[in-house]
Write a protein that binds this ligand. Structure first.
Ligand code: 4NP
Length: 169
């Protein structure tokens, strides 16, 4: 089983939508038995909360119901997850530093990624921007980014782990 963790700051906007969208992409390829995912935040502000209402609205308009409740990144995550996908550079640095504090070692490069690097249409952008203080358009933008990144990241996992997809598509 390949375990993937999506991480942002609050775990109420970017990482839960990344998780929800990726789960759906995995299911559509018939790979639920091979790939599992979860999400977490580096900060504790919103522990126990559902995703932001605006993010849930955008998701529901695309047919997706988000049920994740926010949790904070923990030491166990560095043992459990093979792929930890950071939404921005500040998340990336926080994860790296926390991994060192928790395990005495920095996470290996092949386990920690800036998720946006999988977006084929990113131009020069490296981060999934935080929509929290933005408008609805920013939430829609975040959704589109994590959808494109998810599609390419899934292709990467399929190729890297030589996964066979029963359903194709
Ligand atoms: P997220 O967005 O990291 O994508 O979940 C944020 C949510 C809440 C806050 C910041 C970012 N906040 O400052 O409370």
């Amino acid at each position: 089983m390949i375990q993937v963790l999506f991480v942002c700051l609050g775990n109420i906007c970017r990482s839960p939508i990344a998780e929800g969208v990726f789960k759906e992409l995995v299911a559509r390829k018939g790979l639920d038995h091979m790939i599992r995912c979860d999400s977490a935040g580096t900060a504790a502000y919103h522990i126990g909360s559902l995703p932001d209402k605006r993010m849930r609205q955008v998701a529901s308009e695309r047919g997706l119901t988000l049920t994740h409740t926010a949790r904070q990144l923990s030491a166990d995550d560095f043992e459990k997850f093979h792929y930890i996908m950071a939404m921005d550079e500040s998340n990336f640095e926080d994860i790296r530093n926390e991994s060192y504090q928790s395990t005495g070692q920095y996470l290996a490069d092949h386990r920690l990624y800036l998720y946006r690097l999988f977006d084929a249409e990113r131009g020069g952008a490296k981060i999934v921007p935080d929509p929290y203080f933005g408008e609805m358009a920013d939430f829609i933008d975040t959704y589109n980014i994590v959808e494109r990144s998810g599609a390419q990241f899934l292709d990467y996992l399929i190729e890297t782990h030589n996964l066979s997809t029963d359903l194709g598509d």
